[in-house]
Write a protein that binds this ligand. Structure first.
Ligand code: BES
Ligand code: MN
Ligand code: ZN
Length: 495
């Protein structure tokens, strides 16, 4: 998809489709008003028929309005102007894009971009439009023998009210478009079946990214190298798998190493989580192919940064392993020594995410990071707490937590903070090692955060539990591409 910004008048714009907002109680947007005047009242007379009031999510097609250059108009009911928040704005755009794809429309001029209120400025509409359109245009057909019709929509000109907004809009459109390209990579990796998307496949994807972008350097550690470093916790997870674990490090150098210390992102990359010997129940186990969603979001963010040529230094680290039961698999009761020197009693082999992350989090100290964010589909308990709408956030630094909450809200990829602290950390007591890998019942998400906290005291750190937000189940099963918007915005905000 190509995006541009324009101040074209709706009357003279020459495109396959004009996307035109109408507000509640038949209130015309400026574009609708212009079209109405040009066509000697055709919009108002249509609205008077009563089929369309401007209620949110109403759609109507109009054709061949007199004195209007473009032949096709899609009216989009938006409800009250004030009620169009960022989430609603995205939904209106996705609905419009879906309707255009259904009619095989190839290009549009989109006047939803002229909506302004306390939620929507030039920057927001320009970033959110490509993100919303990508939601409609994304297809995952790599494993279908018949791929079906190609998505027709190829370009969108986002309309602004004023020429003065064009510069800002173009920049934000480029950012939004790079973020949506990153999200699409995240979706592709998440959706790819686990017999294909294993740790070595992820390593190959990283190497490909390194070849595509000159500012991206990639380094992959194999099991022998990890063993040498003392990453026995990470290696205990891949012990039962035919697939060797990989530690994948992607260095994006947008401003030269000495110009700024890096932000480091660490992703949980369990390419399939059976639970191991503490095996999971069968229903929906296929969805554990998405257990590399944290890793996929690191890939997506690195791609987004590289694609926009961001002037930042960021390092993405992916701890990739497959968690399988086997004669060589780790047993409940096994004790392993982590790279940090702390020993862990593995009481439940299904709490494997923290076992791979703890060694990766120790490893990244060597980068002298300004902050470290880990991203993980870590606990089912996070879905109980926050559902599928909001990412769980924990941090050892309140300023960092505040920043993540703020940028997440701004790009409508929200997180919500949960506490950490000694009253929860107490749940991590083992008779046989320094710590167990699970706590006593209650606050599972926080206790997992506390476990990671034992390895992150030397830098500013935040943990994002994306168990609920990384993918959708049911009929629309698939990776969401989250939290690439949040992570990309955060990295950009640090330079
Ligand atoms: N990958 C799962 C968490 C998960 C489960 C995410 C379902 C999304 C949907 C993780 O590895 C896991 O199994 N966690 C356990 C931890 C428990 C054993 C302390 C869980 O949440 O049940
Ligand atoms: Mn698990
Ligand atoms: Zn898992």
């Amino acid at each position: 998809m190509k995006y541009s910004a324009t101040v074209n008048s709706a009357k003279t714009a020459n495109t396959a489709c004009l996307v035109v907002p109408v507000f509640a109680r038949r209130k015309l947007s400026s574009a609708a008003d212009e079209l109405d005047k040009a066509s000697r009242g055709k919009i108002k007379s249509f609205l008077k028929k009563g089929d369309f009031s401007g209620k949110r999510n109403q759609l109507a097609w109009l054709y061949d309005l007199p004195y209007v250059k473009s032949t096709r108009i899609l009216l989009v009911g938006c409800g009250d102007v004030k009620s169009v928040n960022k989430a609603v704005y995205k939904k209106l755009n996705t609905a419009a894009a879906n309707a255009m794809i259904e009619k095989s429309v190839t290009t549009c001029t989109n006047y939803l971009g002229t909506i302004r209120n306390k939620h929507l400025g030039t920057g927001s509409v320009s970033k959110l439009t490509p993100i919303a359109f990508a939601d409609s245009t994304y297809r995952f057909t790599s494993f279908k023998s018949k791929t079906g019709a190609k998505v027709s929509l190829r370009s969108c000109a986002l309309a602004m009210n004023d020429k003065k907004q064009l510069g800002k809009a173009r920049k934000a459109l480029a950012t939004g478009s790079a973020i949506s390209a990153g999200m699409n990579l995240t979706r592709d990796l998440g959706n790819t079946p686990p017999n294909v998307c294993h740790p070595t496949y992820l390593a190959e994807q990283a190497i490909a990214l390194g070849k595509e972008f000159s500012k991206m350097k990639v380094e992959v550690l194999n099991e022998a190298q990890m063993k040498k470093l003392g990453m026995h916790s990470l290696l205990s997870v891949s012990a039962g798998s035919e697939q060797p674990a990989k530690l994948i490090c992607m260095h994006y150098n947008g401003i030269g190493a000495k110009a700024g210390k890096p932000v480091v992102l660490v992703g949980k990359g369990i390419t399939f989580d059976t639970g191991g010997i503490s095996i999971k129940p069968s229903p929906a186990m296929d969805e554990m192919k998405f257990d590399m969603g944290g890793a996929a979001s690191v890939f997506g963010t690195m791609r987004a940064l590289a694609e926009m040529g961001a002037e930042v230094n960021a390092i993405g680290v992916v701890a990739a392993a497959e968690n399988m039961p086997d004669g060589k698999a780790t047993r409940p009761g096994d004790v392993v020594t982590t790279m940090s020197g702390q020993t862990v009693e593995i009481l439940n082999t299904d709490a494997e995410g923290r076992l791979v992350l703890c060694d990766a989090l120790t490893y990244v100290k060597k980068y002298d990071p300004t902050s470290v964010i880990d991203i993980a589909t870590l606990t089912g308990a996070c879905i109980v707490a926050l559902g599928h709408q909001t990412t769980g956030l924990m941090s050892n630094n309140q300023k960092l937590a505040n920043k993540l909450l703020k940028v997440g809200k701004k790009i409508d990829d929200r997180a919500w903070q949960l506490p950490l602290g000694s009253e929860y950390d107490e749940q991590l007591k083992s008779n046989f090692a320094d710590i167990p890998n699970i706590g006593t019942p209650g606050a599972g998400t926080i206790v997992a955060g506390c476990f990671l906290g034992r390895f992150t005291s030397e830098y500013k750190w935040a943990h994002l539990d994306i168990a609920g937000t990384a993918w959708k189940g049911g009929a629309a099963k698939g990776s969401t591409g989250r939290p690439v918007p949040l992570l990309t915005s955060y990295v950009l905000s640090q330079f």
